[in-house]
Design a protein around this ligand. Sequence first.
Ligand code: GAR
Length: 197
Amino acid sequence: MLSLVVLISGGGSNLRALLETASHGDFPARVVAVGADREAAGLAHAEEFGIPSFTVPVASHPDRDEWGAELLATLNAWQPDLLVLSGLMRLLPPAVVRAYSPRILNTHPAYLPEFPGAHGVRDALAAGAQQTGASVILVDEGVDTGPVLAQERVPILPRDTEATLHERIKPVERRLLAGVIAGIATGTIRPEEHQRA
Ligand code: GAR
């Protein structure tokens, strides 16, 4: 059974889906804590599921390295097997990446390496693309540059707005993420083998 800590910044709808999935006895992973870099609305999902939560506000740490050190110490207290970034809209501090890589997953609402960054859905629409996608990657120190573990195409429809397209991508992200976590738990996906030298 894998233990997970999930990090969020926002509403946490994908977190909620993961909490639901992980609450089923046959899923081989459990969320042991949920953390955020701000007072994220999504922390309420953790409370509802009876999962402890924490906030390490980046705003109260002007020095990025100090924020990284506090986040790392907080994460270490939970001793997670895997860190899952689920809408964490901030680059993970290098100290955390070094400590946990290759056991850090991130979901992204585009078919990486297409449209990395904070506005993957908006950027795909602005580019006039006919399709985009969802990806689950291993986190490295770059912006959405880590190895892709799973991804799937999602068509862009003529009347799509950023909101409608994002709402169609999210269920794909949730399914891919659950599959990758289960794959790591059962040994069919080995993060170490995907890590770049
Ligand atoms: C998700 O689409 C996630 O992939 C994205 O934020 C959304 C969070 O939604 N993350 C990124 O764009 C990271 N670059 P949620 O708060 O409803 O789960």
